[in-house]
Design a protein around this ligand. Structure first.
Ligand SMILES: [Zn+2]
Length: 167
């Protein structure tokens, strides 16, 4: 599978994209469930990818519309990394992946669908998942599957918060 190292690229190339910058529009919309926003930090949020390459494909972005990791303030960089940790924890708890692809495409030439707003992809992986990935990448996932992932991950976030309080 030639795109294994950056599996999120295909979805962006083929998927029909909504108006505007989703990393600005979705957090500003106010309805987090409808916009698949899972976690809101102070400067950074975690959302489900509506055109996932795999079940539980998450994206992490700062609220600020900046193009590059180099444009991030130190606090934003720190929170971005912390959100990767949160994403991995809730994906492990919800879907028990065997591995992850975590990365960013910086610039359109590198395959970024939204090249003007920096974001990190977290894609859970299971052995053998490349067999159906090519199919999934060309098809918008059914909304029910997305809503189901959302609920599972929200539950995992709540559980994680409970455990943090108990410590
Ligand atoms: Zn933006």
């Amino acid at each position: 599978m030639e795109h294994l190292w950056a599996p999120w690229r295909i979805g962006y190339v083929t998927a029909e994209q909504p108006e505007g910058c989703i990393f600005c529009v979705k957090p500003a919309a106010g309805d987090d469930e409808a916009n698949q926003i899972l976690h809101r930090g102070d400067l950074v949020c975690i959302m489900l990818n509506a055109y996932p390459y795999n079940t539980g494909h998450l994206m992490i972005a700062p609220y600020r519309h900046v193009a590059e990791p180099l444009d991030l303030e130190p606090q934003e960089s720190g929170e971005l990394i912390y959100c990767i940790r949160i994403a991995m924890e809730i994906l492990r708890a919800s879907f028990a992946p065997e591995g992850f692809n975590i990365g960013m495409n910086v610039g359109r030439v590198a395959g970024a669908g939204y090249a003007d707003h920096v974001h990190v992809h977290v894609v859970p992986r299971w052995s053998g998942d490349t067999n159906f990935m090519a199919v999934v990448a060309d098809t918008r996932v059914v909304p029910e599957a997305l809503a189901d992932s959302y609920r599972k991950l929200k539950d995992a976030l709540a559980k994680r918060a409970d455990e943090a309080r108990e410590r």
